[in-house]
Ligand binder design. Structure first.
Ligand SMILES: [Zn+2]
Length: 151
């Protein structure tokens, strides 16, 4: 629920390195949980990933990631609860913005957690190897106001 509107999680994906920076510092990975309401407005939840212990949410993906020679689709019957990927401290930043991929529609409420979750160096490396430079360079804040909510 966001501002009284129901948003459904429609997909999640990863960027390596992060598209958001906090105090100018990017993280190794950033996950985007893309939600939409009945009107087609989007709400994207961003979660930064830093170097640390193995991430249990990412673990089931590791054995099905493609490599350079075999790009094979894997359909999973597993269910995921996105809440399991969120940091324990729920402080976040929010601002009105756009999608970061073409056609960059400007109907997105961004909600970016301040604190990263951890993943192992190997997990980070495997994801980043698959998606070299799939992040949009930083854009100007412009006239936007970024709000910060503290847990
Ligand atoms: Zn994204």
């Amino acid at each position: 629920m966001l501002n009284g509107e129901h948003y459904e999680l429609i997909q999640f994906h990863f960027h390596g390195q992060s598209e958001h920076t906090i105090d100018g510092v990017p993280h190794h990975l950033e996950a985007h949980f893309v939600h939409a309401n009945a009107m087609g407005d989007r709400a994207v939840v961003g979660v930064m990933v830093s170097d640390g212990v193995e991430n249990a949410f990412l673990a089931p993906f590791m054995s099905h990631l493609p490599n350079y020679t075999t790009i094979k689709e894997h359909k999973s019957s597993q269910t995921f609860n996105a809440v399991n990927f969120l940091p324990a401290n729920r402080s976040y930043f929010t601002y009105p913005g756009s999608l970061t991929t073409p056609n960059c529609e400007e109907n997105v409420t961004w909600l970016v957690f301040e604190h990263p979750v951890e993943a192992s160096a190997l997990q980070i490396l495997r994801f980043r190897d698959l998606m070299p430079k799939n992040y949009r360079p930083q854009a100007d804040i412009g006239p936007r106001r970024i709000l910060h909510y503290q847990d």
